[in-house]
Design a protein around this ligand. Structure first.
Ligand code: ZN
Length: 291
């Protein structure tokens, strides 16, 4: 499942290739699962829009769309009338297209002749001739459109202050790992990076957040940011099967110090890495280095 660094890598790859391009038409498949907005609404929102920017919000990919004055549009009579009224202030009408990759979702930029992969749920044809395709075998991914600024909740870990971080976690009765995974607090931190951050901070996943000192929380804040920044610099680490925006497989992998290393030696002390299950997720830690 792509985590924040992978999504950031995908966003950067997509931005290089499609920002400034205009979506001329949209095809949407018949499977309703990935559609979190009605198909008609998605098509209507995307068609004729220019991709102004692409950014990441937590693990969501957000396309900021603006009206392209040069694009041909099919309008109903009512819309034509409204459009005429608006011509005086024909500034960009903005909307957002939000893509969440879920477990197995991929968004790729293809040449129009490229073979259509199985499980393709959306194809957006661009004025440049390229196509943006959303492919998702397991269909936990989500496609939606929004008129206003999309807000997935939580705070961006790379934009937050130490004070904000400490305030969010101090006094929580839940294990610190569960709190880190709670997307309503910090957005985008998933299982792998939570384990790695806790290892670097020397904190066991099961420790209750409320038992951590201010200093430990400050150390964790630094660790979370360090781990995410390193992974982004490496282009995101990849565990499962998905590709980057160029349709090519493979990201460099951040060397995991604990995640997925059950039974192997701790790189710091040589002790065994342990695995426990916490709220249904595997958690890896070193009992000597983490307290
Ligand atoms: Zn150790």
């Amino acid at each position: 499942m792509p985590e924040l660094p992978e999504v950031e890598t995908i966003v950067r790859g997509l931005a290089r290739r499609v920002v400034g391009d205009t979506i001329t038409s949209v095809w949407i498949g018949s499977r309703p699962q990935p559609l979190k907005s009605p198909a008609m609404e998605i098509a209507k929102t995307l068609e004729g829009k220019r991709i102004a920017t692409i950014h990441r919000a937590g693990k969501h990919i957000v396309f900021d769309l603006e009206r392209d004055p040069s694009a041909r549009e099919h309008k109903t009579k009512g819309e034509k009338a409204t459009a005429r009224k608006k011509t005086a202030s024909a500034v960009a009408t903005t909307a957002q297209w939000v893509v969440h990759l879920g477990m197995t979702g991929r968004i790729v930029v293809c040449e129009p002749g490229a073979e259509i992969a199985k499980h393709t749920h959306l194809i957006a044809t661009l004025a440049s001739g390229c196509e943006l395709r959303f492919i998702d075998p397991r269909m936990f991914g989500k496609l939606s459109v929004h008129a206003a600024t999309f807000d997935p909740g939580g705070v961006e870990p790379l934009d937050m202050s130490e004070e904000q971080f400490v305030t969010l976690f101090r006094g929580r009765k839940t294990p610190i790992k569960s709190a880190l995974l709670n997307q309503k607090l910090v957005r985008g931190v998933g299982n792998i990076y939570a384990d790695e951050s806790l290892f670097r901070a020397g904190i066991r996943p099961r420790r209750r957040a409320s038992t951590l000192t201010r200093q430990q929380l400050a150390k964790l804040y630094e660790s979370v940011r360090e781990v995410l920044r390193e992974a982004i610099a490496l282009g995101g680490s990849s565990i499962s099967d998905y590709v980057d925006a160029d349709g090519e497989e493979g990201f460099f992998q951040l060397q995991h110090r604990v995640y997925g290393r059950e039974g192997e030696k701790c790189l710091t002390c040589g002790g065994p890495i342990r695995r426990i299950v916490l709220v249904g997720r595997s958690s890896h830690y070193c009992a000597k280095c983490q307290k």
